[in-house]
Design a protein around this ligand. Structure first.
Ligand SMILES: C[S@@+](CC[C@H](N)C(=O)[O-])C[C@H]1O[C@@H](n2cnc3c(N)ncnc32)[C@H](O)[C@@H]1O
Length: 260
């Protein structure tokens, strides 16, 4: 069964993402975005699984800011998990965190192992979304919730294709779907109570803020770490993302799905 790609974030991708998005994050919004995704879902004293935990920012926040009893972070990339382990240690939350390297495919957990599954900017790497959600449904307790944030393909296919090419040039392969197909995959995975809140405008504003930082405050730092050519490519990527949002090539949403 294939439910993911063997995508790789190299050292440059990691460093620049952390510089722009903040310590421990590879997606927009940092701890505040985690809080928005959590919303009114009860995390305190719950067992949480973070799939595609990356550099561990959300793992730490779910324990420290939302009182999770335990967060199990999994990722297919050992380099990211090593960095996540350092950050978890530095945040002094190690006793309530487990980090595990996994492969795309069946989740290595018994049925009904978690109260909440958190997935942000990761299902876009997954080729067979229905099977991915089926697995999440299996490992959730009855009444448990899947929460997260994800990019969706927008209406403007040519704007989307420009962005997709920029990502592939950076060695990142994604399988973005539009929101109706995402919802359909959730239903096929066994979820019936589903809600998706459109966050395109807010995320586009964040993307614009990141673009301004790269052009101004972070310019010199990025120039010395990436060199002229690397910075030019990173600028094109950051601009391309904002442009893609602005032209409806991509959308962003927060989703919730309950296991009945
Ligand atoms: C854009 S990053 C987001 C990381 C983190 N969720 C965040 O918001 O900072 C996507 C992450 O998903 C991981 N990933 C991709 N496919 C995966 C899979 N099938 N299972 C687990 N992790 C996966 C990647 O290695 C990467 O860490």
């Amino acid at each position: 069964m294939t439910t993911g790609t063997s995508n790789r974030y190299d050292e440059t991708n990691i460093q620049t993402m952390e510089l722009v998005y903040g310590r421990g994050y590879m997606s927009a919004g940092g701890d505040e975005e985690v809080a928005r995704i959590v919303g009114t879902v009860r995390i305190a004293n719950k067992k949480v699984l973070d799939i595609g935990c990356g550099l561990g920012g959300a793992v730490i926040s779910l324990v420290r800011d939302h009182g999770a009893a335990h967060v199990h972070g999994i990722d297919i990339d050992d380099g990211l998990l090593n960095r996540a382990a350092q950050l978890v240690e530095a945040a002094r939350v190690s006793e309530r965190v487990t980090l595990t390297s996994t492969r795309p495919g069946p989740l290595p957990f018994d049925p009904a192992s978690f109260d909440v599954v958190y997935v942000t900017a990761t299902s876009c790497h997954v080729e067979n979304l229905s099977v991915f959600f089926q697995e999440i449904h299996r490992v959730l307790n009855p009444g448990g919730r899947l929460i997260g944030g994800e990019w969706f393909k927008g209406e403007n296919n040519s704007a989307y294709r420009i962005w997709d090419t920029l990502l592939r040039d950076r060695g990142l392969n994604f399988s973005f779907v539009d929101q109706p197909n995402f919802e359909q995959a959730l239903r096929a995975g066994g979820f019936s109570t589903i809600s998706i809140a459109d966050r395109t405008l807010a995320t586009m504003n964040l993307a614009e803020g990141y673009l301004r930082q790269v052009e101004n405050k972070l310019y010199e730092t990025l120039l010395s770490s990436l060199g002229e050519k690397g910075l030019a490519s990173f600028m094109a990527w950051t601009r391309g993302r904002y442009q893609c949002f602005a032209e409806d090539g991509m959308r962003y949403g927060h989703f919730q799905a309950k296991k009945d």
